[in-house]
Design a protein around this ligand. Structure first.
Ligand SMILES: [Zn+2]
Ligand SMILES: [Zn+2]
Length: 286
């Protein structure tokens, strides 16, 4: 069964909407899908009265999903949540609180960036797009890239970090706390793109799992767009070594393994599921 448990929409830092995702996913032969926006579940409410029925119309089984920001040893960690109650009180209150803080922070950041350049290099209306619940730093980075002042993502993101100091901070809860919240809402928690923390931040998977499994972690995202998202995986061979390692660790700890494109654009969805040079789960056969 072909699945994709990690897709973003305009509700957070992507530009696509479910009605664009569903037909492409169906065409790619995917049968089960989850939309996992950053700290938001608005995709399940904003576009259709019953998004699950809409997905079934395309032959897709849609499961509830979210990607929560958290922190472990000073590193930003993303926890994916699935199969939870979309209207759970504590989770809803948490998401609204974080979204509100992010709005305040980004408003201040846009103001400071525009002051710095002396003109409206970033238009607030573009960042605060309709249906967007989570405004976040990639929106600012893309606006700077569009302006032509920067040509690459990472230097632009670095510039914002070094030069812009918003008054509002958005606290990152501990990983274990976000796992607890997902479980409280009846869901299952999965560690997103673990290869990123291991390679880029030199975080020990052992240390992570020692703390997160007792906290209720149920799975590892083993298949994702390694080379599209990190320079630490320059070749397919690098990616395959990591996948084997994660699979072995998942088996050793009795964890579920998942596959997700982490697509922010349709082309990324297509690439993940069709390109021979990418981690297409159908080609690996476990
Ligand atoms: Zn992520
Ligand atoms: Zn993601």
């Amino acid at each position: 069964m072909k699945t994709d448990y990690h897709i973003h929409t305009i509700v957070s830092d992507a530009i696509i909407i479910p009605d664009e995702i569903f037909p492409v996913a169906a065409e790619l032969g995917i049968s089960e899908i989850s939309i996992t926006d950053h700290d938001a579940v608005g995709a399940y409410f904003h576009f259709h009265d019953d998004l699950f029925a809409r997905a079934r119309h395309f032959g897709l089984q849609l499961i509830t999903g979210v990607e929560l920001d958290s922190e472990f040893d000073g590193v930003e960690i993303h926890i994916l949540g699935y199969h939870f109650d979309l209207s759970h009180g504590e989770l809803t209150a948490y998401l609204h609180h974080v979204q509100d803080l992010r709005r305040q922070r980004v408003t201040d950041q846009i103001h400071q960036i525009n002051e710095h350049f002396g003109y409206e290099i970033i238009r607030a209306a573009k960042v605060f797009a309709p249906h967007r619940d989570t405004v976040m730093s990639p929106h600012l980075v893309h606006a700077l890239l569009d302006s032509g002042h920067f040509t690459e993502y990472r230097p632009a993101a670095r510039w914002i970090k070094d030069h812009i100091h918003p008054a509002v901070t958005v606290p990152k809860p501990a990983c274990a706390e976000m796992i607890r919240l997902i479980r409280a809402a009846g869901g299952t928690a999965v560690l997103a793109h673990p290869g990123y923390y291991i390679k880029e931040h030199r975080l020990s998977l052992d240390r992570l799992l020692t703390e997160l499994i007792p906290a209720g972690l149920s799975g590892l995202e083993v298949e994702y767009r390694y080379r599209g998202t990190s320079p630490e995986f320059p070749t397919l061979a690098d990616e395959e070594v990591m996948i084997r390692y994660l699979r072995d660790e998942a088996r050793r700890h009795g964890l579920w393994t998942t596959s997700g494109s982490d697509a922010h654009r349709l082309v990324e969805l297509r690439t993940f599921h069709t390109s021979p040079a990418t981690s297409s789960p159908s080609k690996r056969n476990q």
